[in-house]
Design a protein around this ligand. Sequence first.
Ligand code: NAD
Length: 503
Amino acid sequence: MNTTTSTTQTLTRIPHVIGGQQTDEAERYGPVFNPATGRQTAEVPLASAAQVDAAIAQAAEAQRAWRRVGLAKRSQVFFRLVHIINERADELARIITAEHGKTVPDARGEIARGLENVEFCAGLTHHLKGEFAEQVATGIDVHQLRQPLGVVACITPFNFPAMVPLWMVTTAIAAGNAVILKPSERDPSASVWIAEAFREAGLPDGILNVVHGDKEVVDELLTNPGIAGAAFVGSTPIARYVYETAAHAGKRVQALGGAKNHMVVMPDADLDSAADAAVSAAYGSAGERCMAVSVLVAVGDTADPLIEKVAARIAGLRIGDGFDPDSEMGPLITRQAQERVAEYVGSAAGEGATVVVDGREQHFEGDGYFIGVSLIDHVRPGMRVYDDEIFGPVLAVVRVDSYDEAVDLINSNQYANGTAIFTRDGKTAREFQFDIEVGMVGVNVPIPVPVGSFSFGGWKSSLFGDTHMYGPESFNFYTRRKVVTSRWPHPSESQIELGFPTN
Ligand code: NAD
């Protein structure tokens, strides 16, 4: 990484990685901040459409060779990468904390979840197996191959700067594609680290390229004829735009969007466990998780005791710099995010809700983007705090009379990423998993992110496309199936046959 001297401080310049080379050439640069101090620490080059086009051409050339590399050799790259990430996870965690703000242990957690995808891809020889049917007609066999798409684009959000890139690039590369990774311009350094770790693990140059930028880069990736497929994770409006634009350009696309995740607490639940889970899932990573619980659905008479228990736990939360070992929650990503969250909390009372804990009342030293956590009761659909994804440490409580009312509430929401039920009754839990129209469901598990051997994805406005991300489904996304029908007749068996073959 290069450094440049501005009038006030020395700034790191975060490089692109294109064709194995680091470069920070650009006409425009964007600022990268440390959210815990509010100070700019680096600048990131924002690539032009022409730079993206050149990177795609290099990637295409590298991909033609990569798809010929034997599967055993390919899988060795993933085994070595597992080792590198395990050995140096703390280094990557500190990079994440410096740009995102989450605590170092939380950053270690996202690395561990991303590592599952590397481990899964080490078994690529199994995941890329095709199918074979012998004697489908007399003397005729059929087999199906899985072949890579070519060069694919992976566009990622700020909130998991290591895990979400690892969701995408692992399978794409394992399947024989080359990747242009466009990370969030807010915390881009983790992607550069991942690309360098892949190189160290033996990945040839040009297979994993990191091209930084904003809308200009994304638009080029979505329309450039050299890109065969695009994977996206981010907010719903952008996910919809990415899905429509890439599909219109004839590309395969999966675009994961935002969320409003409900946690239902039944009257028979253990309320202390439910309160622990709600606080952890609502306020961990400052609520900036797509699987964060943002709505607590209190069924029957659970609301009052549950709110009391949640509020008591909030009083003990320690908020501070993610590098401080005592901190349990860090700052938000930007000043704008901090102001947006404060504005939502401020508007809740005017809409008829009751603000039980107001995070705006907590004061912090310095210029970091900190805000205290909020708990808001008597929330209903139609209020902005319910309808919008706030993406901050705000937990809304909706009171309902029955299980059916809870299910109706959740099924009426436009978002359908994750949900959870807390109960001690197996029948209720089973009915919930059957009834609920949400992609990922937890039973006494507040954040049900599937392990790496399953796939991740929401429904409705939380995912545009038809395949979920990472795991087995992503091998479908990143490969094209080709079906070969073959016959080896003796010349004496040959004859003219104009009719449609039936055997
Ligand atoms: P975002 O939508 O602002 O940005 C995501 C990516 O899109 C970034 O790389 C960004 O540079 C790019 N982008 C932003 N504006 C664009 C535009 N107008 N045109 C083209 N590209 C654009 O999201 P974010 O703030 O970085 O991340 C938070 C959001 O991501 C939340 O809504 C969260 O729920 C969602 N998220 C969803 C999942 C999931 O699995 N469903 C996972 C993580 C995050």
